[in-house]
Design a protein around this ligand. Sequence first.
Ligand code: NAP
Ligand code: GDD
Length: 374
Amino acid sequence: MCMKTALITGITGQDGSYLSEFLLAKGYDVHGIIRRSSVDYRERIAHLEGTPHFHLHYGDMSDSMGLVQIVGKVRPDEIYNLAAQSHVQVSFDSPEYTADCDATGVLRILEAVRQNGLEHSCRIYQASTSELYGKVEQVPQDEQTPFHPYSPYAVAKLYGYWIVKEYREAYDMFCCSGILFNHESERRGETFVTRKITLAAARIAQGKQTKLYLGNLSSLRDWGYAKDYVECMWLILQNKRPEDFVIATGVQHSVREFCELAFQYAGIHLRWEGEGKDEKGICVSVSDNLRDMDLVGKVLVEVSSDFYRPTDVVNLWGNPAKAKRELGWNPAKTSFEDLVKLMVESDMEKVRNEVILGHARTNLAEYLEKGIVK
Ligand code: NAP
Ligand code: GDD
């Protein structure tokens, strides 16, 4: 069998790293685009570098000339366009950059394929998002639910969704959007709410942090496991027809519930008191191994308006029936409980060994003292 070639933008991200592993295991020749940076932060793919059939190219979603060159050199059978400024809150601070990368960037990829004459041989997956539903008009959400984007990030991604549809119809290209609901993992960026919580729970349980500050605790999400979701990206490109799919678990939980369960797996039982910005998570009991830590009765979780958004999406809940029926994808592979558990266990281990990424390193003095930053 002839080896297929895939090009992944955003290969250093959470999904890019899992997708690389998935495609390499399927026998693909995998190429990825990385950004030049003054620090080497390729932790998620470090284990793959140097292995056969894994290749990296410097490029940027804002640089069309570079993208045209890479696509021309690699001549991929499949492109997975995962690169994005993916943080919703950050998109309020950097709206123009977010639009350039997340909206025009998609157009640049489509044009790079066309300009290299690959429009009828190369299939393209676009990382679309449940954020398109935004200020939701229907629950649960499926492929027919109207969009109502509610952040600069979502508005940029809406352009990406429509330009993909336009190129599919105008040029008969096999390009599709996966409308993915939130998916998390041990490799999730540390400022997304789930990882922020599991990291804090692990640090508090090990005496390295005293409190966790969060924003809207009542926000509802449909959280799945990233490793399960990358399989779906691949399935979407193996489908007979180019079509868009909602990828979700069909199960919804609040930020508060995620937090409660994560602390529980770290050995800390929380009780909630107060409402809105005055709500607090108080430690009511701890597991035996944490008895001497003096946590009982302490406020461990507080709400801070710093983490409120100018407009917040509060009710995401996906209906994955089409993906289940037409792609044979199993949305129930990893339960919510298993997801929270595996993230907490991973962070307990990482905190123990102090191998966490940048954002958790708030106390430089502590790190200097321990000899981690020289
Ligand atoms: P992520 O961890 O934030 O990774 C984003 C990737 O994009 C990183 O590799 C990043 O490179 C790269 N990137 C950012 N700006 C770039 C630019 N200007 N040029 C080239 N590369 C750039 O995101 P993720 O969670 O893996 O998500 C992957 C994609 O799915 C994103 O498009 C996201 O919007 C979308 N999505 C995610 C979810 C989710 O719940 N995870 C749900 C729906 C849709 P650096 O490492 O250099 O920063
Ligand atoms: N990040 C963060 N930090 N979010 C918080 C916090 C906090 O301290 N406290 C409460 N939240 C709430 C947010 O207001 C939001 O309603 C929810 O938790 C989830 O926030 P994030 O984890 O930052 O994810 P997101 O849903 O905004 O965006 C993620 O999922 C999208 C798919 O729906 C990202 O991965 C996007 O790239 C993706 O498109």
